[in-house]
Design a protein around this ligand. Structure first.
Ligand SMILES: [Zn+2]
Length: 297
């Protein structure tokens, strides 16, 4: 059984969390500057709240499992870590008790792109089109407002939509139920201004900071909570940039993606030229190895 592995994974994730913060939450300095008003995400995931901590750690352990050591060449050890093995072997298991979907549930792999739409989105769409690949886009309300035409292209190309909150507030899940509901509804309404009637069946909390309340409210609004298996940290532009970042993304995704993985990357929310360069290499490779799907709606 995998309980000891899970415990070990949780301990590792807490250590990682304490050292560096993890997931998209640590990346979003620009979003905080834009106006979420919450400062906790730039240094870690709300560590003082035991409820959030519990849920966040579960999510984080998945992300941490896929994170190689801070050198782009050292991914072998990460892919052999206990919690990676545990998550890699579990794509077809029962739904998670916390309601967060972290694998596709089949052998297919899902590429997910967060924080857009943004200036790089058309490039990504063109690459996906070229390879006939469908993906999932987790959209931020204010960016939908800024680039509605890209949302229309996303839907026209047959990709799946996911609600990533109005302005990427990494602390939203800890706010009142009314605040959470209003934020998610406003985001869906903005998306529907661009693409009336397009299904929005998924919700991803910024930074992966899902709380039970956020998961439940998303569910009431018809959205499943979408986690991830593989996180190449493409948001961490302070750690890597340029060709080094591109190498890091390629190596992490290449070495950690398994049947059933949900891969997290970012097409917006900062400089994403390295992500685009990485996917130019990764898309044909992944397409050869896996069936790539948009999350089903
Ligand atoms: Zn995000």
């Amino acid at each position: 059984m995998s309980r000891p592995r899970l415990v070990l994974g949780a301990l590792i994730s807490i250590a990682v969390l304490a050292l560096a913060g993890c997931g998209t939450g640590a990346s979003q300095a620009s979003w905080h500057e834009v106006g979420s008003g919450s400062g906790s995400g730039s240094t870690g995931q709300g560590g003082s709240d035991p409820v959030t901590r519990q849920v966040g750690d579960t999510t984080t352990s998945q992300a941490a499992a896929a994170m190689p050591a801070p050198s782009a060449s050292a991914s072998t050890s990460a892919s052999a870590s206990p919690s990676t093995s545990a998550s890699a072997s579990a794509p077809a298991s029962a739904p998670p008790s916390d309601g967060i979907q972290r694998t596709t549930g089949t052998a297919a792999v899902a590429l997910t792109f967060d924080d857009g739409p943004g200036p790089e989105t058309p490039k990504l769409l063109a690459m996906l089109r070229q390879h006939g690949i469908k993906a999932t886009f987790c959209l931020v309300g204010v960016e939908v407002q800024a680039y509605p035409q890209y949302v229309q292209e996303i839907v026209k190309d047959g990709h799946t939509l996911c609600n990533h909150t109005w302005k990427h507030d990494t602390g939203l899940g800890k706010k009142s139920a009314d605040t959470i509901r209003a934020d998610l509804q406003r985001t869906n309404d903005e998306i529907h201004k661009a693409v009336p009637n397009a299904p929005i069946k998924y919700f991803r909390h910024p930074g992966g900071n899902f709380t039970p309340a956020a998961v439940q409210i998303a569910n009431e609004l018809g959205m499943a909570s979408l986690g991830w298996t593989v996180d190449p940290w493409d948001w961490n532009v302070k750690k890597w940039s340029g060709a080094k970042m591109t190498e890091h993304i390629v190596a992490t995704v290449r070495n950690n993606t398994r049947p059933g993985s949900i891969v997290l990357s970012h097409d917006a929310g900062g400089d994403r030229t390295a992500t685009m360069a990485a996917y130019k290499t990764l898309l044909p490779e992944l397409k050869d190895k896996f069936t790539l799907v948009a999350m089903p709606v």
